[in-house]
Design a protein around this ligand. Sequence first.
Ligand code: ZN
Length: 269
Amino acid sequence: MHVVFTAMDSETNRRPKRGQSAKLDPKKNQSLQEAVIRDWNHYRETSDTIVDRYFRGMEVVRTLCKCGMAQVTVNPFLFLSLAITESTRTLNDLLQLNYRSEILDSYKCDGCSATGTSTRTTWIGRLPEVIIIQLLRFRVEDKVTKKMTQRIEFAIEELDFEPFYIPTNERSFGTESPEDSAWGQRFKYRIYGIVVHMGNTADSGHYWSFVRRADPEKGTPVWYEFNDARVRRLGTDSEFTKRYLRDVWKNGDRVPYVLFLQRVKEQSK
Ligand SMILES: [Zn+2]
């Protein structure tokens, strides 16, 4: 899948010849949101692809010392890769683990030269139209790849990303003008695609998928299963959740591996 996205990215770039421009110098007193929009606008000067428009998000990482010294870096992402551990049970657990703050025990602050006084936090700073979540289920232990087959619960109803977005007091746009509506107003997403993996290693076994789309006759959303040449109509959201989604977990080596989420158009509150 990485291969497909890389090809689509370079094939559809409408600004390919401008080359990579220099890294931005940090600006004083900017909010985290302003830093992200600034970086995004800068990035977009050399990249305008289908992947950028629909799938590319941005994360912002801040290392903050007790003395007030802060370092901020902004990174684009295409997949949110979430690690599964023994204690994670839900998709929300995985997101919380990924976006938790951690104290950096051996990090030395540039400002006050103290060690172990800095905290690093990552937030989402740009939410794309489609979020792709990869559940990291493969772990190498003693040179043996182990698949974490435990059940991770998720709802196909709305999922709120606001708790993982930069905090409200850091959301000012400053002097930056965002080019689209991806900035901090609509946080609700809904799963519309699930790739399931069966087998023991990432490069073996079998992949197939469930996709939610409008029923051609009734217009209401219906789930379909795409398994090689076989396409099967599964039913409405509640039928899919009650029967098929539950069934996926019955056998330990069959597990959801990649989730596709689309921004919800109308917010429910
Ligand atoms: Zn310091």
